[in-house]
Design a protein around this ligand. Structure first.
Ligand code: PLP
Length: 448
């Protein structure tokens, strides 16, 4: 027995010993198709020699130099590369070791920005229900995942939560998607007005909601209106692209699809593609200049920010995404995956919605397609599906989210960008096997 403290104390997890392309391999030689890239991490698959080479090269040169004393060549090069492709106005990159650290830094930067601008009364953060921004206390407070927050409530800073843009559940009958988007965005303005516009510092949202809802994009026009509302009230817009960024949705930055630029942008998972732990918080030149021209010091920092080996890995990963033209590939494969999921599961009696962008796809499960009632939480469908898919040799990311205060189940798929066309049916076949095992023989079979 090992002395590792696992997240699931009683789960008997296999030991992963190798990775090759889209597969992870355990100690017994079993191969698992990484259909969710872990948690939307492994965008380049496993064992990519160009990335491991870049890491080894950097280790040979310099493993670590504390950012209190030095910057480093890979950190500078990666920041420049990201900014060359970043949304308009984004000008600076602050590296972190992961996603929670990036959103935590974003919240603190928003606060410090207003303190330095002489507006210390701006302290309110607004976020959305059914969102996840990380597990550290600030990020957890921002997130609206009730299950993750539950026992830590007394420790969390106060954050207002408004409704997410969740077309499948919240668009009214007869309402156009555009009208719904504007109505959903109006909740932000209502909340800003309720709190007092000059007390609000920032609004944080995921452009495509990941873990808590299963790849839910906003309807067209929603984020444009959100941007307008933030601008009208001088509120910073923080976009959390930790899961959906770095090409996952078919754009390097997910917000490109919505045609807007945030003031602060968080990325992580796909940035290191699992080869190194790395995230980043990007911000506008205006925010940076305020700090640089004020105290000159961002009152934040962790020992491993801007780690040379992590940034060397990030540089190689982003370089590979761009040079290998993986973004058009994500768009093409994403459309194929979407069509295959619809073809296979759209008529399934427990499939309510199939959605997403690029290679970021979600399936929402329901007890009844007509009423859209979630499955009974006591059935633990998400957990059973995860286990059944694993048994069938597929890693996918089923989650029990929260819908109107009740648990609802969904499956998240985020396969590597390097998969090929033939592997799409490997995902749908194995998923169908898992669905049949858990939800019964009515699970959709391969179309004749
Ligand atoms: N933000 C989003 C949207 C995420 O999906 C996650 C992780 O799933 C995080 C933040 C936290 O990232 P990390 O687990 O790297 O701390």
């Amino acid at each position: 027995m090992s002395h590792v403290f696992p997240r699931h104390c009683h789960a008997d997890l296999p030991t992963a010993v190798a990775g090759a392309g889209c597969y992870l391999i355990d100690r017994d030689g079993r191969r698992y198709f990484d259909g969710s890239g872990g948690a939307a991490v492994s965008c380049l698959g496993h064992g990519d020699p160009a990335i491991t080479e870049a890491i080894k090269d950097q280790l040979d040169k310099l493993a670590f130099a504390h950012t209190g004393f030095f910057t480093s060549e890979p950190a500078e090069a990666l920041a420049d590369l990201l900014i060359a492709h970043a949304p308009l106005g984004i000008d600076r990159v602050y590296f972190t070791s992961g996603g929670s650290e990036a959103t935590e830094a974003a919240i603190k930067l928003a606060r410090q920005y207003f303190v330095e601008r002489g507006q210390p009364q701006r302290r309110h953060l607004i976020a959305r229900r059914q969102s996840y921004h990380g597990n550290t206390l600030g990020a957890l407070a921002a997130g609206g995942n009730e299950w993750r927050r539950a026992q830590f409530g007394p420790l969390l800073i106060e954050v207002s939560h408004i409704a997410p843009c969740y077309e499948y559940r919240e668009r009214r009958e007869g309402e156009s998607p555009e009208a719904y988007g504007l109505r959903a965005a109006q909740e932000l303005e209502d909340e800003i007005l309720r709190l007092g516009p000059d007390t609000v510092m920032a609004f944080i949202a995921e452009p495509v909601v990941g873990a808590t809802a299963g790849a839910v994009p906003a309807v067209a026009g929603y984020f444009r209106r959100i941007r307008e509302i933030c601008d009208r009230h001088g509120v910073l817009l923080i976009l959390d692209e930790v899961m959906c960024g770095m090409g996952r949705t078919g754009h390097l930055f997910a917000c490109e699809h919505d045609g807007i630029s945030p003031d602060i942008l968080c990325i992580a998972k796909g940035l290191g593609a699992g080869y190194q732990p790395i995230g980043a918080m990007l911000c506008s030149g205006q925010i940076y200049d305020t700090i640089a021209g004020g105290s000159g010091f961002f009152q934040h920092g962790h020992t491993y920010i801007g780690h040379p080996v992590a940034t060397a890995a990030g540089l190689a990963v982003v370089g590979a995404i761009l040079e290998r033209e993986l973004i058009p590939r994500v768009q093409r494969l994403g459309a194929q995956l979407d069509a295959a999921l619809h073809g296979r599961f759209a008529q399934h009696p427990h499939v309510g919605d199939i959605r997403g962008r690029g290679l970021f796809r979600g399936i929402e499960l329901v007890a009844d397609r007509e009423t859209r009632a979630p499955l009974d939480p006591a059935l633990k469908t998400a957990a059973k599906l995860k286990a059944a898919a694993f048994e069938a040799g597929l890693i996918c990311y089923p989650m029990a989210g929260t819908i109107d205060g009740r648990r609802g189940d969904h499956i998240l798929l985020a396969p590597p960008f390097v998969m090929d066309d033939s592997q799409i049916s490997e995902i749908t076949d194995r998923l169908a096997t898992a669905m049949e095992a858990v939800l019964g023989p009515q699970a959709a079979r391969a179309p004749a």
